[in-house]
Design a protein around this ligand. Structure first.
Ligand code: TLP
Length: 357
């Protein structure tokens, strides 16, 4: 039985074209600025996003961290949505290692920062308070595309208060596609952007940070102190260049598969899917069955027995992410597996509570 891995789009493997490009890549010492493949990727990425310069880094986490370190000093404050990766899933590294104060804002995990949140939360210039320096956005935010108007409004409010803006655009091309907006326009008013090659774009590793030259110079220093100065890393950059050339347009297929999965699972009695938030490649499934008999982790275990891998992100919540390599018929199999797994979990729960023999 083949395994359908929907835990994340990070599980994608490099394509044949990427491996070929890696084999052919011209390389040099990137810390000396002498790797032509990295230099070209940085320039190309910066132009693609409408910024002056780029910096190739090992991962999304490193890209976000060097960006925060470059915008902020010790004790400075960053406003960030409570559900954002920078706050939830980066170990609070900006605080623990960088001395930066993260101020998590927002009502629910899925909610993006609005301009009003910003204005309400900027610390007053008072010796008791940190100095607010930066606002972080994320797009897509947990798979939800944040609309251009929202981003522009936040960026304009930030600029009025002399704050910088950073976009965690790990899945910025998914966002641009879902919003039918040119990626350059989507980040036009944002000072720095981090995007990932190793998610839906399927490269084996790597992220890009873009911004103005002064910011990238600082980010380059930050990358070095974090041990992220790699040498003949054009090998990876070559695969990432293929990702930009060949893997952006096909993200549409992932979005269609996610929608199909969401609609299929939404039809099952014991599960709930909010279809309004399924707009890119992520599906959120809630197991809010009466009596709490259907726990996300039990369902995930049962699905695993059927060859389907998904993540339980909360006691009642499951995340499934579509990506390159997942086919339309994989989605049919996944929907059928959800149906079977729900029945099995509920039967086991009934046996345990003695309501069935
Ligand atoms: N996200 C991973 C996990 O860490 C949760 C995933 O499977 O979705 N920003 C965003 C919005 C991300 O989703 C991620 C990774 C990162 C940054 C960090 O990227 P990496 O894993 O390359 O450090």
């Amino acid at each position: 039985m083949s395994v359908i891995d929907l835990r994340s789009d990070t599980v994608t493997r490099p394509t044949a074209a990427m491996k070929e490009a890696m084999a052919q890549a011209e390389v040099g010492d990137d810390v000396f600025g002498e790797d032509p493949t990295v230099n070209e990727l940085e320039d190309y990425s910066a132009r693609l996003l409408g910024k002056e310069a780029g910096l190739f880094v090992a991962s999304g986490t490193m890209g976000n961290f060097v960006s925060l370190l470059s915008h902020c000093g010790r004790g400075d404050e960053v406003l960030v949505a409570r559900g954002a990766h920078i706050f939830q899933y980066e170990q609070g590294g900006a605080s623990s290692l960088g001395g930066i104060v993260l101020n998590p804002i927002g009502l629910s995990k899925m909610q993006a920062l609005r301009a009003s949140d910003l204005i309400d939360n900027i610390s007053p210039r008072d010796q008791h308070k940190p100095i607010t320096r930066l606002v972080c956005l994320e797009n897509t935010l947990n798979g939800i595309p944040v609309p251009l108007e929202n981003i522009d409004a936040v960026a304009e409010a930030a600029a009025c208060h002399d704050l910088k803006t950073h976009m965690d655009g790990a899945r910025i091309f998914n966002a641009a596609l879902a919003l039918k907006t040119d990626v350059k326009r989507l980040v036009e008013k944002i000072d720095s952007v981090q995007f990932c090659f190793s998610k839906g774009l399927s490269a084996p590793a790597g992220s890009m940070v873009v911004g103005n030259r002064e910011f990238i110079d600082k980010a380059r220093r930050a990358r070095k102190v974090l041990g992220g100065g790699m040498r003949q890393v054009g090998l990876l950059a070559a695969a990432c260049r293929v990702a930009l050339d060949k893997m952006i347009d096909r993200l549409e297929e992932d979005h269609e598969n996610a929608r199909k999965l969401a609609e299929g699972v939404a039809k099952l009695d014991s599960l709930h899917v909010d279809l309004s938030i399924c707009q890119s490649n992520m599906v959120w499934i809630e197991t809010n069955f009466p009596g709490q008999r259907l726990k996300a982790r039990d369902l995930v275990e049962e699905l695993k027995n059927l060859g389907i891998l998904v993540l339980a992100t909360a006691p009642e919540k499951i995340r499934a992410v579509t990506h390159y390599g997942i086919t339309n018929s994989d989605i049919d199999r996944t929907i059928a597996a959800f149906n079977t797994a729900v029945t099995t979990v509920l039967e086991k729960a009934d046996i345990q509570t003695g309501s069935r023999s």
